[in-house]
Write a protein that binds this ligand. Structure first.
Ligand code: HEM
Length: 201
């Protein structure tokens, strides 16, 4: 559980995002960006591990995985700048589930990498926003889920405009022409027991 013990993430660890009317994250908006929307929810809970997630209006599941596209040089840059999730004052968050088209998955891996980074500069752009934004990518496609990826970001409330700019920059790239479903869920940390501590993860 989000409010449970501290543990480090390993490849293959399952995380469930449960949208409903309970949870430590209060929902600010659920915006359909492209494709089929998600139902409105007022609260979101993040549940880690294989435990049965609490019931909700919808549940999205993903697992952490090895990077597909990152070069060793990019990994060094990311590791030098990236922050952990669960920082006390990073009380704004975004859950952005994304599905890419069959045309994307039909491309050879080298061409996907070329679109993703050489032509769309996804990593180069994203790094500009670290360490204010902390991120984690979950893979869902292999689980037969409705989205291919669940992207999760935590940032400081005064960084909201910069995060908006980042999202707009990425959405204007060639990579995003292959996005056929995307929903943008924005959240504020607001646990039912206000003293509940954030758990670094
Ligand atoms: C905060 C700055 C960001 C950084 C540093 C960043 C970095 C990365 C990196 C390194 C990967 C590649 C993982 C791999 O090799 O498998 C990746 C993948 C991805 N990111 Fe970002 N990202 C950022 C922001 C975003 C945002 C704001 C979105 C959504 C609006 C997003 C959506 C995705 C998606 C969907 C993938 C998977 C792409 C695929 O495998 O086809 N990222 N990101």
């Amino acid at each position: 559980m989000q409010c449970g013990r501290r543990r480090s993430r390993r490849v293959g660890d399952m995380t469930s995002f449960v949208g409903g009317n309970v949870g430590s994250w209060r929902v600010l908006r659920v915006d359909p960006v492209i494709g089929v929307p998600l139902a409105w929810i007022s609260r979101l809970e993040v549940t880690e591990g294989q435990a049965q997630p609490p019931p909700g209006t919808w549940v999205l599941r993903g697992v952490t995985a090895f990077d597909r596209y990152v070069t060793p040089a990019e990994r060094s840059l990311l590791e030098a700048r990236q922050e952990i999730l669960g920082r006390q004052s990073a009380t704004s968050a975004a859950l952005i589930p994304i599905r890419k088209s069959a045309a994307w998955w039909d491309l050879p891996p080298d061409e996907r990498r070329a679109i993703f980074e050489e032509r769309s500069h996804h990593i180069r752009t994203g790094i500009e926003y670290l360490p204010a934004v902390a991120r984690r990518l979950y893979h869902s496609r292999e689980l037969g889920e409705p989205f291919d990826f669940l992207t999760w970001f935590e940032y400081f409330p005064d960084h909201a405009a910069a995060f908006e700019e980042l999202v707009e920059r990425l959405r204007s790239t060639e990579e995003w022409r292959y996005v056929e479903r995307e929903v943008d869920v924005r959240l504020a940390w607001d646990p039912p027991i206000p003293a509940t501590a954030r758990v670094p993860r």
